[in-house]
Design a protein around this ligand. Sequence first.
Ligand SMILES: [Ca+2]
Ligand SMILES: [Ca+2]
Length: 201
Amino acid sequence: MRSLIVCLLTISALAVPSAGRSAPIQWSENDHWYEAVHVPAGITWDDASIAAEAVGGYLATSTSDAENGFIFSLVAAPQFWYLGIAPFEYSFGPWLGGYQFDSGAEPAGHWRWVTEEPWIFTNWAATEPNNSGGNEDRLHFFTNTNVGALTPGSTWNDAPIANSLRGYVIEWSGLPTGVDGSGSPVSWEQCSWGRIKSLHR
Ligand SMILES: [Ca+2]
Ligand SMILES: [Ca+2]
């Protein structure tokens, strides 16, 4: 019964998707699944992290140049970005799963991935991280090379936890709940005991 309830909840959630959700995509290099979520009204890092965990994933961790490039490819569209207001007319993109666990080594020290994978690869934008204002402890895509023109790019910035960005990327280390092996939502007909067992293996 518990599996059936899970299936019903999943189908229900898929029937009324939050704005901007799309089918998860698997990356062949590590078999993990990723989904870019567009939030037109904006979302904080904390709320994005909670939302990612609520669907069984976590905010995406860009632990290599290849993975960072793949994740960026999912959010390269202008809808995921906004241009800051003068004098900060930079391009602000979606949240990633990096955070600074304390302020003991500002601005570049004590960063961590939500998964606790080793913090080795970084892709900071020029002059970042800068802990501007003294409270920038969360990671997102950002560019500052083309001031005044929206320019999505795969470089990073440290931003305040309360910033409201236009989206985030979810990562799953296994098959996401509620989709089949191709990333398509599970249909009602697929919602059988055997199917559920394979989904939750
Ligand atoms: Ca900081
Ligand atoms: Ca910064």
